[in-house]
Design a protein around this ligand. Structure first.
Ligand code: SF4
Length: 517
């Protein structure tokens, strides 16, 4: 039985809401075969937005009919067959571009409507899906990329993430949320998932229950970035591993039924949490879940922003995971095939993607580590990147994104290269570049955040420019970065950053980082 859309009679629903009431976003999957047969011109313009529910956005300019497609990869964990399938899509349809996102998903570009049935068939064959990768729905679930192999995990979240992912996949009870809805579930004690910036996060915790130490999770709600960033707040509840799915459903139900649907920019869970307060939110949650114990002991110890460079022992004796840098998250299809081959030849074929846009090859026996590192593909995709390219993150930008104000990805790569050529600092400096306030590249939590804008100049007219933000961190509860005065012409950005970083280098103590405060 369909659930009751309690908001349907609200007279102030925004245009998108009215459209979603007429047709659920997931229904677009049923129409794609027809459009694929009859070509891009057969798609009514008012349907373009619904493609998001199938993980598809139209690239810039929309009329050209090229799609960007995002594939969900829960916790970023891919088996060999899945990785090869994704590499094949990039090679056969995506002009060889394979982008790793800041939510452990993969993005392709240049896809045509005619190609989608074959692409969907390939993905389905290996258990992958684009449903929920975009749109007003539960997005790709971010998780510990080391789940199951992590010496620093309290709980192995592999099965939990899978269970929650499968519940929400193509679930029409939850496909019409007020807006996008982001979740993380991790048992890693170093916060590899950036827990504070999601709508809902399950973080590792323990509690004595009936005299016994019980491992489980705390729950944070109401985080999110964009132009009004919020850090998630912790609910006073303790959740056992077997309760994660029910709590995730309950929080999502609250968002679905009480989240704001009048103004799009107020439609994220963070605004509801901020307005209600964490106590009222908890009361509502318990109405749905029944009693939950109060908080236990938070076991998060610090913050690893998703970086795992080098060779590390797994919790399984004799096996290692190896962390590699993917410059600004972009790979060529040939590289992905090569990485898949190496993972299969020396490991169990798995590859894991990180929210830092990098990757991990797990399950490499001690005796094969050297052979892996000598593979040619790891000259560029290295375990020891230079300091700036190793810690640079970038969103898609104007190359493919309709909302972008400036070019980002290739620019960030060039700037990092320039800084690496001119400067050496004894600590990593995380630089994140975004092409607009939506902040897909998570500018707010960077040591140095660069946000693209347009700037009017006397001599050159409108030019691409950047605002510079400094001092973002998720350590010690988290703090978003602060804006420096003024803006910088994009042409001058490399030199300005070099000056700023030289000042940092010359005035800091040995080992002092941007987030020491
Ligand atoms: Fe596009 Fe803006 Fe997101 Fe960058 S931050 S990918 S420009 S929406």
């Amino acid at each position: 039985m369909a659930y009751e859309k309690t908001w349907a009679n609200n007279p102030n629903l925004n245009k998108t809401e009215l459209k979603k009431l007429k047709k659920d976003g997931l229904k677009i999957f049923e129409d794609i075969p027809y459009y694929a047969k009859h070509g891009f011109a057969s798609i009514p313009q008012e349907e373009w937005d619904l493609f998001k529910w199938a993980g598809l956005y139209l690239q810039k300019p929309k009329e050209a009919g090229y799609f960007m497609m995002r594939v969900c990869i829960p916790s970023g964990i891919l088996n060999n067959e899945q990785l090869e399938t994704l590499a094949g899509i990039a090679r056969d349809y995506g002009r060889n571009v394979f982008d790793i996102t800041t939510r452990q998903a993969v993005q392709f570009h240049w896809l045509r409507i005619e190609q989608l049935p074959d692409i969907f068939e390939r993905l389905t064959r290996v258990g992958l899906s684009t449903a929920g990768a975009c749109g007003d729905i539960t997005r790709n679930i971010v998780g510990n990329p080391l789940a199951g192999i992590d010496p620093h995990e309290l709980v192995d979240t592999t099965k939990i993430v899978r269970e929650v992912y499968e519940f929400f996949q193509r679930n029409e009870d939850f496909s019409n949320l007020p807006r996008k809805y982001k979740m993380s579930i991790s048992g890693n004690v170093y916060n590899t998932v950036n827990a504070e910036i999601h709508c809902i996060s399950f973080t590792p915790a323990k509690k004595i229950i009936d005299g016994k130490e019980t491992l489980g999770f705390h729950v944070k709600v109401g985080g999110g970035l964009s132009s009004a960033p919020y850090l998630a707040q912790t609910l006073d509840v303790f959740v056992k591993p077997e309760q994660v799915k029910d709590v995730a459903i309950a929080v999502t139900t609250i968002f679905r039924d009480y989240g704001y649907r009048e103004k799009r920019h107020r439609a994220r869970l963070k605004f509801l949490v901020a307005d209600w307060g964490i106590e009222k939110f908890k009361e509502k949650l318990l109405e749905l879940t029944g009693p939950l114990p109060s908080k236990g002991e938070d076991v998060q110890k610090g913050w690893n922003a998703g970086y795992f460079y080098g060779v590390h022992p797994q919790k399984q004796k004799g096996l290692n995971y190896i962390g590699f840098n993917v410059p600004v998250g972009r790979l060529h299809a040939d590289e992905v095939f090569e990485i898949a081959r190496v993972a299969k030849q020396y490991g169990n074929g798995e590859v894991r993607l990180c929210n830092s846009q990098n990757l991990i090859i797990p399950n490499i026996p001690n005796e094969h580590v050297d052979a892996v590192l000598q593979e040619k593909v790891f000259e560029r995709i290295t375990i020891k990147p230079k300091s700036f390219i190793g810690y640079s993150v970038s969103c898609t930008g104007i190359e493919y994104c309709n909302l972008a104000l400036v070019e980002t990805k290739e620019r960030m790569r060039r700037i990092a290269e320039y800084l690496d050529d001119h400067l050496e600092i004894d600590v990593p400096v995380r630089i994140h570049m975004v092409g607009c306030p939506n902040s897909c590249g998570q500018r707010q939590i960077a040591d140095i955040g660069l946000q693209g804008i347009k700037m009017k100049t006397k001599d050159k007219g409108m030019v691409e420019a950047f605002e510079i933000y400094v001092g973002g961190t998720l350590r010690n509860g988290g703090k978003f970065n602060d804006k420096l005065k003024g803006k910088v012409d994009a042409q001058q950005l490399p030199e300005v950053l070099a000056q700023l970083l030289t000042y940092f280098k010359e005035t800091k103590l040995p080992g002092e980082t941007f987030f020491d405060y």
